[in-house]
Ligand binder design. Sequence first.
Ligand SMILES: *Cc1c(COP(=O)(O)O)cnc(C)c1O
Length: 395
Amino acid sequence: MRSPSTDLIHHPYQPPAGFSAPQPGVYKASTVFFPNVAAMRARDWKHKNGYTYGLHGTPTSFLLEERIATLEGGAQCLLLPSGLAALAHVNFALLGTGDQVLVPDNAYGPLKALAEGELARWGIRHQRYDPMDPEDLARRIDESTRLVWVEAPGSVTMEFPPLRGLSEVCRARGVQVALDNTWGAGLAFNGFDDAGADIVIQALTKYPSGGGDVLMGSVVTRQEDLHMRLKATHMRLGWGVGANDVEAVLRSLPTLELRYRAQDQAARRLAQWLMTQSAHVSQVLHPALEGSPGHENWRAACGPDGRAAGLFSVVFEGRHGGAQVDAFVDALRLFRIGYSWGGPISLVVPYDWRSMRRPDLNTRARGDRVVRFSIGLESPDDLLDDLRQALRQLD
Ligand SMILES: *Cc1c(COP(=O)(O)O)cnc(C)c1O
């Protein structure tokens, strides 16, 4: 007689195959079984025609990889535990001591911190370039430059760079281009065709998750050999993502485009209204709005009727000091104070412009205080009422 434990673990029942339902099953594993030793020895973790170990993929993670690769217009995808991990991963995989990496001056802040921290410590040099000026980028590329980062638009400062111009400078010099496509979400423009990137990363934390409750990143490529270099480092560093988080993103992807469009429309409406509040607002930074820095670059990449994320920043009139702008932010009721974006709840964060751009690479700032808005899925009318009542704090 076998013990109940053994019977419960080695139970013979197999549910019938062919279960079909709107959402895929969620497979969880560290260990994956092989039918025999020969099959185990024959397995190669690099290939997706079978399973080796939880870290190297499950049916659930393979499915999300394929869908994100499709979303970005790429061929291969790696998943990482956060968007920042995806940014870090590309640097770790492609750079070594003596190499140089170039980072846009308006890049996502922690990427600049990584360049100043670990990359510098490992003998990898970096420079910041003016993302609006391909000639500035060209001047900084030298024999040791292996990688150039681009991001459109800049986090917080919202200038939309001339993506084609930047990638052509790199292509002419044989330097690889990595794009942070979190803002575009694979919907506003194609990172490979429209931006000329070799590698497209995204913080799936933002729009693909859409819930404000998941952290994940992706690294998408079109070239198999480049993917394999990135994948080898991915394996050696031990990056993994949890199946429940993968499931959450898979569940949100069907509504990605609808949410992106709704948040885009609401954001443009609120941004346009804020432009009329000239007593308090000196500038509204939203790349789809005429007069915003890089608007013509946005048109070139996304098309004249193109899409945009539900994000914008507001530069306040110089006479409003930091304390007044903070009081405006505190007075908002529906907008919550918090980082990140792409979720159901509208968010707001005040920044000091001087900490976002280096003065020698940027002459465009008109005020010190900038507030970044991320529009959620609340009624735009209610959000507008909230902005109106909070602006009264500034009177
Ligand atoms: C949020 C964000 C990241 C990092 O994503 P996390 O998942 O929060 O680490 C990277 N790039 C951009 C542009 C982002 O907005």
